[in-house]
Design a protein. Structure first.
Ligand code: ADP
Ligand code: MG
Length: 289
């Protein structure tokens, strides 16, 4: 089936390793404190935003309370959840650069239960320059998120495609980082620099930062090329690579147009199941409650 990369537990998965069984997570008895995860890759078009929406929605389906933070001035995450970003008066930008705002006034509900959003729009593009002169400029997002940590189980930050100050803020606020990688020839280009940045932040700003995993996206199981890319990523990064692989399917752009997560737009499609499996794998790894 297109868009599906299903193998039974124990069989070889698309990453060439035996696929473990990722059990359905038990319901949570209470909520919080949140584990904060940055979705990060300075390359654009690798599936950061798509993975933020759909991993978030899948975790929400499992009863986790999830907050998504749009941290890209393009606002694709917000648009992908049906927000008219140009009409917004207050966004993450205001939380970062002005005093006296409460994040709870800016959080928006989405149409998906348990899934909330802190939106962004093009205003955020000014923040990078404005924050440069601030005291503790790398810790601003961390401070902004603090009041809602107890309200959520997982907070996912959709980073912009750069390693600038906004991304440094995301990595400083995070407990974990997920790196989506597109399955194409140059996928690994730039990853060394990204890992170097993560190492520096771990060293200097956020000793608790953990590499939650590398996620292969836009996989096409019909091509040898996709398979080779995934195998080489696994050769390089070993167990850091998620067993779950996200296939290339037009259902993702379709779901974006419908402003819905794939888990509700095409609930039974293999692509929705893939993000559910990713949610279970992340929980099994301890990357989420
Ligand atoms: P990023 O946030 O890293 O820039 P996006 O998640 O916005 O990347 O994805 C870039 C484009 O590719 C979008 O148009 C999105 O709909 C599409 N896309 C993302 N994941 C897939 C996939 N698995 N299959 C097909 N298209 C995808
Ligand atoms: Mg994006």
């Amino acid at each position: 089936m297109p868009g599906t990369e299903t193998a039974g537990a124990g069989q070889l998965g698309p990453t060439g390793r035996p696929l473990p069984d990722f059990p359905e997570p038990p319901p949570l008895r209470g909520h919080g404190p949140a584990r904060v995860i940055a979705m990060c890759n300075q390359k654009g078009g690798v599936g950061k935003t798509t993975s933020t929406i759909n991993l978030g929605a899948a975790l929400a389906e499992y009863g986790r309370k999830v907050l998504l933070v749009d941290f890209d001035p393009q606002g694709a995450l917000s648009v992908g959840l049906g927000i008219r970003t140009h009409e917004l008066e207050t966004t993450i930008y205001n939380l970062l650069v002005e005093r006296g705002h409460d994040i709870r006034d800016i959080v928006q509900r989405t149409r998906t239960e348990n899934l909330d959003l802190v939106p962004a729009n093009i205003d955020l593009s000014a923040a990078e320059v404005q924050l440069v002169g601030e005291v503790a400029r790398e810790q601003i997002l961390s401070r902004v998120l603090r009041p809602v940590l107890e309200d959520y189980d997982v907070i996912l930050i959709d980073c912009q495609p750069s390693l600038g100050l906004l991304t440094v803020n995301a990595l400083t606020a995070a407990h974990g980082v997920i790196i989506p990688l597109e399955c194409e020839f140059f996928a690994m280009r730039g990853v060394a620099l990204l890992i170097d940045t993560i190492d520096k932040i771990t060293d200097r700003l956020n000793p608790g930062l953990h590499m939650d995993g590398i996620l292969a996206t836009m996989y096409d199981g019909r091509t040898l090329h996709s398979k080779e890319v995934v195998r080489s990523v696994v050769d390089h990064f070993g167990d850091q690579v998620f067993h779950t692989v996200i296939s290339r399917t037009v259902k993702f752009p379709d779901a974006t147009l419908a402003a819905e997560p794939i888990t509700s737009y095409a609930s039974t499609h293999g692509a929705a199941e893939a993000y559910r499996q990713l949610a279970r794998e992340l929980i099994a790894r301890g990357g989420a409650a």
